[in-house]
Design a protein. Structure first.
Length: 146
């Protein structure tokens, strides 16, 4: 399952990505915002999505705020989340290949729609390398949650 959520800073990009993902054949669950609300808060959406991703180990998530940074910070407070900010094709591939990120965060104010679409597609299409060095590093990061 692929979850997607955004605050006001990412709402327009979220709506565009939903259409793109549907055309690409991905089933997404939109966890909000349901409308543009300048008073909403990114931690609310980050928590909602992070909890869903943790419940389903095969799930992934896309969070969008103004820069991606706030969503990333908030999502990573949830044990089991490996959220990273993605802003181009290289960071998208690294997120999957090296970091096994289960959530990517995008900046609706700093990433144009075409770049975001390419990055999301690369992240979704790239498998974790399962290289021992990456597994070791991820294990060390997971131990920090305890």
């Amino acid at each position: 399952m692929l979850y997607i959520a955004a605050d006001h800073g990412g709402y327009p990009l979220k709506e565009e990505l939903k259409e793109f993902l549907a055309k690409e054949g991905y089933e997404t669950v939109d966890l909000g915002a349901d409308e543009l609300d300048l008073a909403d808060d990114y931690p609310d959406y980050a928590l909602k999505l992070a909890e869903q991703v943790v419940q389903d180990e095969n799930a992934g998530g896309i969070l969008i705020c103004g820069t991606g940074q706030g969503m990333c910070m908030a999502a990573n407070k949830v044990a089991g989340i490996r959220a990273v900010v993605v802003y181009n094709e290289f960071t998208a591939q690294d997120a999957a290949d090296h970091l096994n990120a289960n959530v990517i965060c995008l900046g609706g104010r700093v990433t144009d729609a075409e770049t975001a679409k390419k990055a999301v597609k690369i992240w979704l299409d790239t498998e974790f390398s399962e290289d021992e060095r990456h597994i070791r590093r991820l294990r060390k990061a997971e131990e920090m949650e305890e």
